[in-house]
Write a protein that binds this ligand. Structure first.
Ligand code: ATP
Ligand code: MG
Length: 398
């Protein structure tokens, strides 16, 4: 914990030694004050990207125009950003203009919430011009400056406020909350990919129930793809922390038959990877529903990397312990006679030898599928001659 900050402080010290000002800022300072595990550490500095690149050898320019470079130090990455102010978010996406400034206080003023607007210097002192520390003690999320203006400037901050509620269990300060109620419609103007990042963090949070209460109070559903047409969806089912979008999609889509994975992915602009995971999870949920038990076939068809996800979603839907579901899945996995299709000692070519007169067609796939199932369930030994006999017995060539 403190070791992580100490390592980051070495970068701060180095920048200071070169005659610039530097601080640790943002989420890591907040989390240290809360006593929460620290994530990525961000550094803010009066040095320009060019100056930072002269000071350090391992630097990756990741957003020079916004003043950000990535410094590598002892195997860790740190974003070092030049003190800056932003004005006029006319398109609600990007500041029209970024200006570098010399004073850390001006940089802190552009940040979203008081708890995120605290800087830690090399001597361990806090720069806290907006009373962030006292809001952390009060467990309050409070906009820096005028909440109305700050949400108009960047409506994504409203979604961020809700995800912080979910992660920290804090409440939202009342004037900040009022501004959210008044401006929530502006969230529609934000690129959906940015909303998705915050939304995913929201439903991972341990205080999700609190976040959902606020979501309802500010009517956020109407601003979110898919939920906008089913505003009750967010509260209809008991939602508890899920790890990622694929899990969330399978959870909802399984229970609401008029939803589809395709629609989620299209409307939220999610990746193919997420789509594939969601489909695989949904498929497993449907197999479970059909057979009434978690069986070898389900486990055989579910990618191993999704076992934990399946356990979480199934646990949530059927109110079972996810741990128990996971144990059942991995026991079945360990007992599988084959782990995938390639291991099956039989194929389409073998079939055409048994039925030389038949034309190629879907029957091949269907029959191979039957074989596969029988092998997976151990009704049939995974051995070429045995499989051949079995096929001939059940489907005698005419
Ligand atoms: P996490 O621990 O989840 O990363 P974080 O507070 O570090 O939380 P980031 O998204 O990493 O959140 O942003 C880093 C910092 O940048 C924030 O603490 C805040 O000071 C500032 N920030 C981020 N997004 C915004 C925004 N939309 N408007 C204003 N300031 C922002
Ligand atoms: Mg962060």
């Amino acid at each position: 914990q403190d070791l992580k900050l100490d390592q980051a402080m070495e970068i701060v010290n180095t920048i200071e030694r070169h005659g610039h000002r530097a601080y640790i800022v943002g989420g890591s300072v907040r989390d240290k004050l809360i006593g929460r595990e620290i994530g990525d550490i961000d550094i803010a500095s009066s040095a320009t990207p060019a100056e930072i690149m002269k000071i350090f050898t391992k630097v990756i320019p990741i957003g020079i125009e916004h003043g950000t470079v990535m410094v590598r130090h002892h195997g860790e990455s740190y974003e070092v950003t030049t003190f800056r102010v932003e004005d006029n978010y006319r398109d609600y996406r990007h500041p029209d203009h970024v200006a570098f400034v010399k004073d850390v206080k001006m940089d802190l003023a552009r940040r979203d919430f008081t708890m995120n607007a605290i800087a830690l210097d090399q001597a361990g002192n806090l720069e806290d011009p907006f009373g962030g520390r006292s809001d952390i003690i009060k467990k309050e999320i409070k906009a820096v400056g005028s909440p109305m203006e700050r949400f108009q400037e960047d409506p994504l901050r409203m979604m961020r406020a809700i995800r912080f509620v979910s992660q920290l269990g804090f409440t939202i300060e009342s004037s900040t909350m009022d501004a959210m109620k008044a401006h929530i419609h502006l969230l529609k103007k934000i690129a959906v990919e940015r909303v998705a990042i915050e939304f995913e963090k929201m439903f991972r949070g341990p205080y999700l129930d609190k976040a959902l209460e606020i979501s309802e109070a500010v009517n956020i559903s109407e601003m979110l793809p898919v939920f906008d047409e089913q505003p009750s969806l967010l509260l209809k089912y008991k939602l508890s922390p899920l790890e990622n979008f694929a899990e969330l999609i399978s959870y909802y889509t399984f229970q609401e038959t008029d939803l589809s994975v395709k629609r989620w992915v299209r409307e939220w602009k999610l990746s193919n990877k997420t789509a594939n995971k969601a489909e695989a999870l949904l498929n497993a949920l449907q197999l479970y529903l059909k057979s009434g038990e978690i069986d070898a076939w389900l486990v055989y068809n579910l990618p191993e990397t999704l076992y934990q996800s399946f356990a979480r979603v199934t646990g949530l839907i059927y109110q079972m312990e996810a741990e128990e579901v996971y144990r059942r899945v991995s026991d079945l996995h360990n007992a599988l006679p084959v782990k995938n299709r390639k291991e099956i000692d039989f194929d389409g070519k073998a079939l055409t030898e048994i039925y030389p007169a038949r034309q190629k067609g879907p029957w091949i796939g269907n029959l191979l599928n039957e074989v596969e199932r029988a092998v997976v369930f151990r009704d049939l030994k995974n051995e070429y001659n045995e499989i051949k006999e079995w096929v001939v017995k059940w489907h005698p060539p005419v």
